[in-house]
Write a protein that binds this ligand. Structure first.
Ligand code: M6P
Ligand code: ZN
Length: 190
């Protein structure tokens, strides 16, 4: 069986991350993701001067089924909310035993990871880096640079996204600029 899918190509412009065709395009603005930032006050203050795009994702249209590979390009805009750098919502996979691969095209940042058991990891992202997210690790990306952070993600067709766990418990690691550039800090959970 071939699912009636023929081989195909998606063009990603390395300098911008824009994919063509755009597939399922997602844009997350600050007003949509303000709760992910540590300082509610800083998010509200930032929104007083207007909303802004925090990140965008171009999801190539692929069946959400075993055997296929979802793939997408993501662009995280530079910027901070208070002391904290722009970042994605972060998620576990709905099928938690599925991995993911990131390939960085442009920009600098961190991939933050954690498991339900309380293990954490922070990997640097820079052009040319291929970052492996093993099964059962939640993942969030952070732009610590002055330019957009642009990367490709590839993961199993039926992996799905579970946002609820991170929305409820938060992420243990955060990346802050306390005056001398990015530092990864771990927040103890009570
Ligand atoms: C990467 C992939 C996508 C994900 C995107 C944004 O490109 O992991 O699956 O959607 O980042 O992250 P999030 O879904 O956590 O907002
Ligand atoms: Zn994922």
């Amino acid at each position: 069986m071939s699912d009636n899918i023929r081989p195909f190509v998606t063009e990603v412009e390395c300098a911008t991350g824009v994919a063509s065709p755009p597939g399922n395009y997602v844009r997350r603005t600050l007003s949509q993701v303000q709760e992910i930032f540590a300082s509610r006050e800083a998010a509200e203050r930032a929104l007083e001067s207007g909303d802004r795009v925090v990140y965008e994702v171009y999801n190539v249209k692929v069946p959400e089924a075993e055997g296929h590979l979802q793939h997408c390009s993501s662009i995280i805009q530079p910027g901070k909310v208070g002391y904290e750098y722009h970042m994605t919502k972060g998620h576990y996979h709905a099928r938690p035993g599925t991995a993911e691969l990131y390939i960085v095209l442009q920009g600098r940042g961190y991939l933050l990871l954690e498991t339900l058991d309380g293990e954490t990891a922070a990997l640097r992202m820079q052009p040319g880096a291929m970052l492996y997210i093993p099964p059962f690790w939640a993942h969030r990306t952070v732009n610590t640079g002055e330019e957009p952070l642009i990367f490709i993600g590839v993961y199993p067709g039926d992996a799905g996204h579970d946002y609820g766990t991170i929305e409820r418990d938060g992420f243990r690691l955060r990346v802050l600029d306390l005056g001398s550039g990015p530092v990864v800090v771990e927040q103890k959970r009570t």
